[in-house]
Design a protein around this ligand. Structure first.
Ligand SMILES: Nc1ncnc2c1ncn2[C@@H]1O[C@H](COP(=O)(O)OP(=O)(O)OP(=O)(O)O)[C@@H](O)[C@H]1O
Ligand SMILES: [Mg+2]
Length: 265
């Protein structure tokens, strides 16, 4: 079992979700989620399609603010006790602290260098430091040697796996406390997927990671904790949450147990 680390070297502090619901106009997609996301650990969210995993991730870094008619209720506290759902919060600053990587790699349709320059400049980094931060983070995801001679070429020329590692490096470049990964490997072939998984695994102990995955074996391999989503009363909720081996070893919830054993969902 992967031990859940406690982190004394950075200021992440984990996240605590209490009674979180996400509504799209009259439709409740997520209802009453309670979840502990440990500081600098890896938390996997699993469960069948349509039960609200992406909606919950979007609520954490406030992408839900951008969806007309979407409302989030409940509490999402960071380690310092800041309420992330507070309407008065500086959302740009929050998204710097809480980055996101999506299922489909989404490099900006510009050069590799511009993919770093745009977010880093937007968040106030001096132009003179962009190259240094870019190189550090491309090395972090094992991409530097593959792209260092073509930094001014379009990022869209990279393979899918390279594009996804670029997106992880771009997220890391802002030095986030938390990165939310929404099915980061599901658009990749098995080899590219394994490489991306390895780089996510390497973030343990430095960044708080939340990863949505349909790959139960992947969740079991890399997560410290796991939350299992299921539909209850027409809305998605977390029916089981805990240390990964405890949950996979015998979830208390019958449907979660069958799902984790590969027999349902
Ligand atoms: N922008 C939206 N407007 C209205 N309903 C939405 C919106 N986004 C998601 N939903 C609905 O909310 C529910 C949860 O969707 P969500 O995408 O969060 O599920 P998911 O668990 O991430 O699914 P998947 O595993 O297929 O990605 C679904 O019924 C979906 O149709
Ligand atoms: Mg989703």
């Amino acid at each position: 079992m992967n031990p859940t680390p406690t982190c004394s070297s950075c200021a992440c502090g984990g996240l605590t979700l209490s009674g979180v619901s996400v509504r799209y106009r009259n439709f409740t997609a997520v209802h009453d989620v309670h979840l502990t996301i440990p500081d600098c650990g890896i938390t996997a969210l699993v469960g069948p399609s349509g039960c609200g995993k992406s909606s919950l991730l979007n609520a954490i870094n406030r992408l839900t603010d951008l969806i007309p008619g979407c409302r989030v209720e409940g509490s999402i506290l960071d380690g310092a006790g800041t309420e992330l759902t507070d309407p008065g919060l500086d959302v740009l600053a929050l998204r710097r602290r809480i980055g996101m990587v999506f299922q489909k790699p989404n490099p900006f349709p510009h050069s590799i260098r511009r993919n770093f320059e745009i977010p880093l400049r937007e968040h106030g980094l001096a132009r003179a430091r962009v190259d240094e931060v870019m190189e550090k983070n491309l090395r972090e995801v094992g991409l530097w040697d593959e792209v260092s001679s073509r930094l001014d070429e379009s990022a869209l020329k990279l393979s899918g796996g390279q594009q996804q590692r670029l997106c992880i490096a771009r997220a890391l470049a802002l030095d986030p406390e938390v990165i939310l990964f929404d099915e980061p490997c599901s658009a990749l072939d098995p080899i590219a997927s394994a490489v991306v998984e390895e780089h996510i695994d390497a973030l343990r102990g430095r960044v708080t990671v939340v990863i949505v995955t349909h790959n139960l074996a992947q969740a079991r391999r890399i997560a410290d904790r796991v939350g299992v989503f299921w539909i209850r009363g027409g809305a998605g909720t977390i029916v089981e949450e805990g240390e990964v081996e405890a949950v996979f070893g015998g979830a208390g919830d019958e449907e979660a147990r069958r799902y984790l054993a590969g027999g349902a969902g």
